[in-house]
Design a protein around this ligand. Structure first.
Ligand SMILES: Cc1cc2nc3c(=O)[nH]c(=O)nc-3n(C[C@H](O)[C@H](O)[C@H](O)COP(=O)(O)OP(=O)(O)OC[C@H]3O[C@@H](n4cnc5c(N)ncnc54)[C@H](O)[C@@H]3O)c2cc1C
Length: 334
């Protein structure tokens, strides 16, 4: 992913949430509901954590109140739910350093691009760590100009010739869901075995999508306006071919790394952050929620993360203002 010049933005907020997955987004709603100003930082360029990155088009059956909901629709709803409170989003920013003020009253978190958020409490909702898409080699210049690692809105590719690279769930889900929207879809994979759900693979193989195995990208051809074509090669014969496309979706998977969090002095257990029943970590003013937390009996699910986010933010509110009540009141009374 591209790493633009440091912009050195500084912001003061009551709460900083690190991680814009479902737990973090719901935490942003709760902070706003409590009248706290809130910022959200995520290393990915889009909100949604694992849900948006790994299974945006899959149906989820176990979110309370939704008999079924598509991953991306759940994320869109969470963003909409938090929106009235105007959270400040720092997307594409990996939280790198976390430093307490000398008097212990505030914390400054600095991103890898140099942006700083000074806040009164931090809620870490970092899931399984910093998510980074596996990049398509030598293609950086086309990122954001036809090359993407996510398809948050399928409509953005309507009417285009699209090349999808990859053999996992995301590649096949996008191929399947774009079939009616895109002008044409070619899916290439470097092997002849796929890691996607069998049913979806069959649906794609039976559709108009041109699926090519043992095929890789040699180079992207384009100019300042964007992608014009892609040269692909058969990795057994090295035979080359140029396919006219205007968009490339690289679904090559993600790497996850707790990375910077490991240096902050947080008590950890099994690659997760230890919290108590208030979602407090061992560091003052630092709470955690969602997949990243560990305690006896922990269950890693979206619904559990929602509850933990509410607990974390409401407890953080009492640390920010010791006169504040823990119970936020009922939203239905608004
Ligand atoms: C294929 C698949 C299907 C699933 N299906 C279901 C299901 O049906 N039901 C269910 O309940 N759960 C399901 N899950 C699990 C569910 O997705 C997770 O429990 C949920 O996403 C956890 O949410 P979270 O907000 O805690 O963390 P995540 O969704 O992991 O989000 C964490 C975010 O934090 C960011 N981050 C981490 N470290 C930093 C840092 N230092 N700086 C900035 N950002 C950082 C990451 O980039 C990421 O975006 C599924 C998971 C997978 C992989």
């Amino acid at each position: 992913m591209s790493d633009p010049e440091a912009v050195e933005q500084e912001l003061d907020a009551d709460v900083l949430i690190i991680g814009a997955g479902p737990a973090g987004l719901y935490g942003a709603y709760y902070a706003g509901f409590r009248g706290l100003s809130v910022a959200i930082m995520d290393s990915l360029p889009e909100a949604g954590g694992q849900v948006a990155a790994l299974y945006p088009e899959k149906l989820i059956y176990d979110v309370a109140g939704f008999p079924t909901i598509k991953g991306q629709a759940l994320i869109d709803n969470l963003v909409e739910q938090a929106a009235p409170f105007k959270p400040s989003y720092f997307l594409g920013h990996r939280a790198e350093d976390l430093v307490h003020d000398e008097d212990g009253e505030a914390i400054t978190v600095t991103s890898h691009k140099g942006d700083r958020v000074r806040c009164r409490a931090v809620v870490i909702t970092g899931g399984i760590g910093t998510f980074t898409p596996r990049p398509l080699p030598d293609a950086e210049e086309f990122e954001g100009r036809g090359l993407s690692y996510f398809v948050p809105k399928l409509e953005a590719l309507a009417g285009l010739d699209v090349l999808i690279v990859g053999g996992g769930d995301s590649a096949f889900d996008w191929a399947h869901n774009l079939e009616d929207l895109a002008k044409s879809i070619t899916l290439i994979h470097r092997r002849d075995r796929f890691r996607a759900h069998e049913h979806t693979v069959q649906q794609v193989l039976d559709s108009s999508v041109d699926v090519r195995t043992f095929t890789e990208v040699a180079r992207i051809l384009g100019d300042a306006d964007g992608i014009k074509a892609v040269e692909v090669f058969d990795n057994r014969s090295d035979q080359r071919e140029t396919i006219d496309v205007q968009a490339v979706v690289a679904a090559l998977g993600f790497t996850a790394d707790l990375g910077p969090l490991k240096r902050w002095g947080l008590e950890q257990h099994k690659r997760a952050v230890v919290v108590d029943t208030t979602m407090r970590t061992n560091l003052p003013r630092v709470f955690a929620a969602g997949d990243i937390t560990d305690y006896d009996g922990k269950v890693k699910l979206i619904s559990v993360g929602f509850g933990e986010a509410a607990t974390a933010v409401n407890n953080a509110a009492t640390v920010i203002d010791p006169d504040a009540k823990l119970f936020p009141g009922h939203s239905s009374n608004l």
